[in-house]
Design a protein around this ligand. Structure first.
Ligand code: GLN
Length: 294
């Protein structure tokens, strides 16, 4: 008797990526759907981008197929791929992310790049990052300015847990504290700082409708939004705080909402900071303001 062995092929990795990308085109523009699918497959199968490229014609094993199918639903409901895989990349480093923290943004890399370059020979400076979230700014600065002492604050316990995991993952030490910068509580860190950095919430509630629905639906609101009536609350408090806590040659760096550069500059001046400067991002939008003490 002849037995016909039923052989089910799961297809190649390439085929899986292209089918996934197709189904994601409901949610993302074509190019982005393709890169989300690649990101998902490479992270889930633990393959670097190069490894993925050279194994695209390999047949998918049953094991790997099941791994990929496991979280595919989440991806297809629009959850950002970084949350689904639990990983994001920032300034050449890998970060763990979950719903307690914003996914690190590319524009913020510019801020880190400017500071890492400017302070590369500064030695043992004290840096404070207010509203650290995943710790992407604090951890990358510590990585690239290893002599610096880096302190990081956040109002969210969940975010601090993620930040701490990211210090471990990247093998650096950052002193992370739970603290609400809007509160009157006594500040948990003694002494003055050379650098204070903050990328606080700056998206207006009324700007929500302009944002991608995945951001609105999945990213933590406390990290993103401010009330339309008081959009600069964090900038006001932090520039005032900076004027008290910076050393006499210290500097403050903010990431900002592109609509409020002039207002943030004015707030810095009002707090007594000097030489405010507006810096643009790669889309030529006003994205950062820095100022110093002298
Ligand atoms: N740049 C982020 C966004 O557009 C906002 C970051 C923030 O509010 N600090 O989603």
């Amino acid at each position: 008797m002849l037995y016909l062995q039923k052989f089910i092929s799961l297809g190649t990795i390439r085929l899986y990526i292209s089918e996934l990308a197709k189904s994601l085109e409901r949610l993302y523009p074509v190019d982005e759907a393709g890169s989300v699918a690649e990101y998902y497959v490479s992270e889930t199968l633990n393959l670097s981008r190069t490894e993925l490229t050279i194994s695209k014609n390999d047949e998918l094993s049953e094991d790997n197929f099941l791994k990929l199918e496991n979280s595919r639903k989440r991806l297809e409901t629009g959850e950002p791929v970084q949350y689904v895989t639990g990983r994001a990349y920032f300034y050449g480093l890998r970060f763990l992310v979950d719903k307690n923290v914003l996914i690190p943004r590319q524009e913020t890399e510019i801020l880190v790049d400017i500071i890492a370059d400017k302070y590369k020979n500064a030695g043992k400076i004290r840096i404070l990052d207010i509203g650290t979230g995943s710790g992407c700014i604090a951890v990358s600065l510590k990585k690239y300015l290893p002599e610096a002492l880096v302190y990081a604050l956040d109002i969210s316990e969940g975010a601090l847990d993620v930040c701490k995991k990211n210090t471990e993952l990247n093998g650096v030490e950052v002193y992370a504290f739970l603290f609400d910068i809007l509160s009157d509580n006594s500040f948990p860190v003694q002494g003055e700082f050379d650098l204070i950095i903050s990328n606080p919430p700056y998206v207006l509630e009324s700007e929500k409708q302009l944002m991608h629905k995945n951001v609105v639906k999945f990213e933590p609101a406390t990290a993103l939004y401010v009330k339309d009536e008081n959009p600069l609350l964090f900038y006001e408090i932090i520039s005032h705080f900076a004027a008290l806590k910076l050393k006499k040659d210290g500097a403050l760096y903010f990431e900002i909402n592109e609509r409020f550069a002039a207002e943030v500059v004015a707030l810095n001046e009002k707090s007594g900071l000097k030489n405010p400067e507006v810096i643009q991002d790669l889309n030529n939008k006003n994205r950062f303001v820095c100022a110093n003490m002298k």
